[in-house]
Design a protein around this ligand. Structure first.
Ligand code: NDP
Ligand code: OXD
Length: 297
């Protein structure tokens, strides 16, 4: 940040704070309680990621200071790559090929076309809508679910709790790209899994969660994988991160896991984005991507 913004006075918590009355902007990911509260002249808080749940979780978060989040093309593309890669991996049964290779088995088993699979994306925001469109361009039948109604060409859009069950019923691969809020906590549970389609080529649904771990009930996901109610799962996020060493997910044969790395933020890109927003604020322009604290995202 100092390299990219040599004209800006940058203080690093906790050792280089100096006179805290000078500090007008905070850039944070997991701020410990009382740090933001202690800054009397704070005008804006910038999240270092797309999600702001860790900031909103600070019980001492000062009221009235706007919070801006990251929404920029590099992060979006990284998430889209991840979602497309995981959908394709399940669709083309890549893990089965890998196992066969390990065992020197030449098995050219039958496959199906992308249009045989209905992908359903929970969250049609910046990330969900981009992933949805890229998947649709590959031929998957794509739907999305959001709080408010969306219109996206080629995507079947469902909205609100009234349409949730219809969305689940048509979905063979459920992708979660929701923010973590009180409403989305524990949303991916046994009841929701039971409502997913079983008409797809694998006979049971597949889950991909790259939203937040607190959205999933891990005991329900494990039970569903073991009973066959879920065919497979890709998990990037977990109730506890880092994932505890004794978690059954590490070695579960139906689980592909990554360490909250679906859309890793590039430090140079995020720095440029935050500095651009600070300069907008300094010149009287509105800062982009301010979150709604009441909604929680
Ligand atoms: P946005 O705010 O752009 O989109 C959020 C979407 O979720 C919106 O479509 C919103 O609906 C929908 N939504 C929110 N609450 C509900 C609800 N209760 N019911 C139905 N739909 C709901 O966020 P982004 O797309 O930028 O990011 C989404 C999340 O992805 C982040 O909050 C973060 O948790 C996660 N993420 C994970 C990363 C990783 O590496 N694993 C990296 C980056 C982000 P509406 O459009 O109506 O408001
Ligand atoms: C984010 C993340 O929210 O990396 O940006 O999880």
């Amino acid at each position: 940040m100092r390299r990219q913004g040599p004209d800006i006075d940058i203080r690093v918590w906790p050792d280089e704070m100096g006179n805290i009355e000078d500090i007008t902007y905070a850039v944070a990911w997991l701020p410990p309680p009382h740090v933001l509260e202690s800054l009397p002249n704070l005008k804006m808080i910038f999240s270092l990621g797309a999600g702001v749940d860790a900031i909103l979780n600070d019980p001492t978060l000062p009221e009235g200071v706007p919070i801006a989040r990251v929404a920029e093309p590099d992060l979006t593309m990284r998430m889209t790559e991840y979602v497309v890669m995981q959908v394709l991996m399940h669709h083309r049964q890549q893990r089965r090929f890998e196992e066969n290779q390990r065992n020197r088995i030449w098995d050219c088993f039958p496959t199906h076309s992308a249009s045989a699979l209905a992908v359903g994306i929970m969250g049609l925001g910046v990330l969900g809508s981009d992933a949805a469109q890229k998947l649709a361009s590959l031929g998957f039948k794509v739907a999305g679910w959001s709080r408010s109604r969306k219109t996206i060409s080629g995507i079947e859009c469902f909205a609100g709790s009234d349409e949730f069950d219809s969305f689940l019923k048509r979905t063979d691969i459920l992708v979660c790209l929701l923010p973590h809020t009180p409403e989305t906590t524990g949303l991916i549970n046994g009841e929701v899994i039971a409502k997913l389609s079983r008409k797809g080529p694998f006979g049971a649904p597949i889950l991909i969660n790259a939203g937040r771990g607190k959205q999933q009930v891990e005991s329900d996901i494990l039970a569903a994988l073991d009973s066959g109610a879920l065919y497979a799962a890709t998990l990037d996020v977990f109730e506890t991160e880092p994932l505890p060493q004794d978690s059954p997910f590490w070695s579960h044969p139906k689980v592909t896991l990554t360490p909250h790395a679906a859309a890793d933020s590039d430090p140079d890109t995020i720095t440029a984005y935050v500095l651009h927003q600070i300069r907008r604020h300094q010149t009287g322009l509105p800062v982009e991507n301010i979150i709604d604290r009441k909604r929680g995202y």
